[in-house]
Design a protein around this ligand. Structure first.
Ligand SMILES: [Zn+2]
Ligand SMILES: [Zn+2]
Length: 288
């Protein structure tokens, strides 16, 4: 029997979101229904509401979650009813070129639930990042459930988006390694996790940049060795401050965790220069 639960839906670009009834179909082959126990608030949900990700309204928002498997469809073997799981955006295929070369984060053929959740009038919902977990229950592909030991869902649910995005930016995309100098611009959820990722990889110095002192304090706890409060700084001044903390070189890896043109330029110019093409003797530089 399809189930009706409450969910938060963005109905149109820029309009206030609505708490409304949504209908979850019975899980089909390879699908799972999860009782959502927590859902973080991520800027990406705001982007969906603002029409910045697509125009396929209505969107069922929410994607940074943990919960308990409530029902499983035919052929599901990786989880069972009652399992405590973190939801992940995409179930990797395990067979495409990216998966086979050990880079599943670039998988070309990720899976979501095949069926759609709907409004009570039958209008199909697009689930944010293929999850849609600002809801009491949600329908996902079985592979989107990562079984973990039971823990505080509000804490471990963050692994489903912000933490993996930040740690992944440092360790996978930025390829931060021992001894690298790293600057992280913006120390919200993703930036804080990038600081932690750089710390895990053995980077030093790790320079956290934000205009909120409280976020810089938190970044220090996660492994930042230096902090720059960028409030009131020009783009050039910030770049100069990063260079000063890195012996005049700039950072080996700069992570922009804000995503605005200004911070993108700062990230670009705060790297080690000159660019690698200038001389084969220059050490390779990466950024993300
Ligand atoms: Zn997110
Ligand atoms: Zn794949």
């Amino acid at each position: 029997m399809p189930t009706t639960v409450k969910g938060i839906v963005a109905t149109a670009k820029g309009e206030p979101v609505e708490l409304t009834d949504i209908v979850i179909p019975d899980p089909g082959p390879g699908e799972v229904i999860v009782d959502v126990k927590s859902c973080g608030v991520c800027h990406t949900d705001f982007h969906y509401r603002e029409g910045g990700i697509g125009d396929d309204f209505p969107y069922l928002l929410g994607h940074e979650s943990a919960g308990i498997v409530a029902e499983i469809g035919e052929g599901v073997t990786n989880v069972d009813v009652g399992d405590f799981v973190i939801l992940n955006w995409r179930a990797i295929c395990g067979e495409c070129r990216a998966c086979k070369r050990g880079e599943p984060w670039y998988c070309f053929d990720t899976h979501n639930a095949t069926q759609k959740m709907t409004l009570t009038d039958g209008t199909e919902l697009e689930a944010a990042l293929g999850i849609g977990s600002f809801a009491e229950k949600t329908l996902v592909a079985a592979g989107q459930c990562t079984k973990v030991d039971e823990a505080d869902p509000a804490v471990v649910g963050l692994l489903g988006c912000g933490i993996m995005a930040g740690i992944g930016a440092a360790i996978n995309t930025g390829e931060v390694t021992r001894g690298d100098s790293v600057a992280v611009i913006g120390c919200g959820g993703v930036g804080s996790a990038a600081v932690a990722g750089a710390h895990l990889a053995g980077a030093s110095p790790i320079i956290a940049v934000d205009f909120d002192e409280r976020k810089l304090d938190a970044a220090r706890e996660l492994g930042a060795t230096d902090t720059i409060c960028s409030k009131g700084m020009s783009e050039d001044e910030l770049v100069a401050a990063v260079q000063e903390l890195t012996g005049g070189f700039g950072a080996d890896v700069v992570i922009d965790a804000v995503g605005r043109p200004e911070t993108w330029r700062q990230a670009f110019y705060a790297r080690v220069w000159p660019a690698p093409s200038c001389s084969s003797a220059c050490r390779p530089r990466r950024w993300s």
